[in-house]
Design a protein around this ligand. Structure first.
Ligand code: GTP
Ligand code: MG
Length: 183
């Protein structure tokens, strides 16, 4: 086996969690296919897409697992979470409830994935839909989100719009770096 090439390649498993309708699928579709649809189609179970990107001297393949926010469509066991290299939490800045449930998603992930060093496991938080009403309908301030991130051990935070393709590439580059560092 050629270690020098193996070292420069990585397959990274990323799991995207958050309430139904916050835009998990939309963010992924914008990032991978550069497409956005206004139409809502609930994700059922979980599915992944892959995206290759260059991070420094490494060719990284992100395996991005999109999951169902709706409880009745969730059917993921612990085996699904195991081996994850990064967990992306998404909420909608216009929906308070989606922010309040972040701690549950965070806790549930750690419980299921059961990483060796839970305190060091990389999460990234995305506050999505900042485009709506020019930001006038947001109910969660950036400060509130940043404070939550600090309380969980300095989780990186991005405000995004899957619709306007705002900060999506930047967020996923950070996700790739976080996953790579943890691998
Ligand atoms: P589940 O699959 O049920 O968990 O939902 P989801 O988190 O995958 O949400 P999805 O990506 O399907 O988006 C839900 C709705 O919000 C869709 O109608 C999208 O078009 C819309 N949406 C997603 N992201 C944005 C955004 O950044 N801005 C705006 N204005 N709408 C968005
Ligand atoms: Mg979805």
């Amino acid at each position: 086996m050629d270690l020098s090439t193996t070292k420069r390649r990585a397959l990274l498993k990323v799991i995207v969690l958050g309430d139904s309708g916050v835009g998990k699928t939309s963010l992924m579709n914008q990032y991978v296919y550069k497409k956005f649809s206004q139409q809502y189609k609930a994700t059922i179970g979980a599915d992944f897409v892959t995206k290759e990107l260059q991070v420094d001297d490494k060719l990284v393949t992100l395996q991005i697992w999109d999951t169902a926010g709706q409880e009745r469509f969730q059917s993921l066991g612990a085996a699904f979470y195991r081996g994850a290299d990064c967990c992306v939490l998404v909420y909608d800045v216009n929906v308070l409830k989606s922010f309040e449930t972040l701690s549950n998603w965070h806790e549930e992930f750690l419980k299921q994935a059961n990483p060796v060093l839970p305190d060091e496991f990389p999460f990234v938080l995305l506050g999505n839909k900042i485009d709506i009403d020019g930001g006038n309908s947001r109910v969660v301030s950036e400060k509130k989100a940043v404070d939550w991130c600090a309380s969980k051990g300095n989780i990186p935070y991005f405000e995004t719009s899957a619709k306007e393709d705002y900060n999506v590439d930047e967020a996923f580059l950070c996700i790739a770096n976080a996953a790579l560092a943890a691998e």
